[in-house]
Ligand binder design. Structure first.
Ligand SMILES: Cc1cc2nc3c(=O)[nH]c(=O)nc-3n(C[C@H](O)[C@H](O)[C@H](O)COP(=O)(O)O)c2cc1C
Length: 162
């Protein structure tokens, strides 16, 4: 059975709900789905998987520091060893999210991965410090989109399309 690795970081819960939704969607297909927090994810996890979903908040116009640390720790250890594998990106943002997407795309271009869907940005519309620091609840239709992306990448892996 092929393996889909979902790597995520979250501060206020939104990205975790999105990662869980992607896992639910992926689990509808004949793949082994591994959900790992960015701080625990290692190069071996990337090497041992056939496709990836990266899920991060956007913080200070960038992917979160913990997510960046994951890429920093693993980038050169897997360079040239995961070429052509599929990936998708989910970003939980207050109001933007584009830079986090750009950063992840750039790293994945370096790895020569294949993006299999448009990146999904979910905006929580938190604008004040209180709302930004509060736990998030992601709307059902946004979670549905995350499920669909998880299902799509898993289906492609299961059918041998990717
Ligand atoms: C320090 C900090 C910086 C942030 N900077 C941005 C930003 O640049 N762009 C944006 O759209 N949202 C920004 N946000 C809002 C978060 O992306 C938003 O709260 C999101 O729901 C966080 O995801 P999480 O619930 O998975 O932690 C920031 C939040 C924090 C705490």
């Amino acid at each position: 059975m092929r393996t889909l690795l979902i790597v995520y970081h979250t501060m206020t819960g939104g990205s975790r709900q999105m990662a869980d939704a992607a896992q639910r969607g992926a689990s509808e297909h004949e793949v082994d789905v591994r959900l790992i927090q960015a701080r625990d994810a290692k190069a071996e996890d990337l090497l041992g998987a056939d496709g990836y979903v990266f899920v991060t908040p956007e913080n200070l116009a960038a992917m979160s520091g913990v997510m960046k640390d994951f890429f920093d720790r693993t980038f050169y250890a897997v360079l040239d060893r995961i070429i052509g594998r599929p990936y998708a990106t989910l970003v939980c943002a207050g109001s933007d999210g584009q830079n986090a997407v750009r950063q992840i795309d750039r790293i994945c271009t370096g790895w020569r991965l294949k993006r299999i869907s448009e990146p999904l940005i979910v905006c929580t519309h938190a604008q004040t410090p209180e709302k930004i620091l509060a736990q998030k609840t992601i709307a059902a239709d946004d979670l549905q989109r995350c499920e669909e992306i998880g299902a799509a990448i898993a289906a492609g892996l299961a059918m041998g399309i990717f």
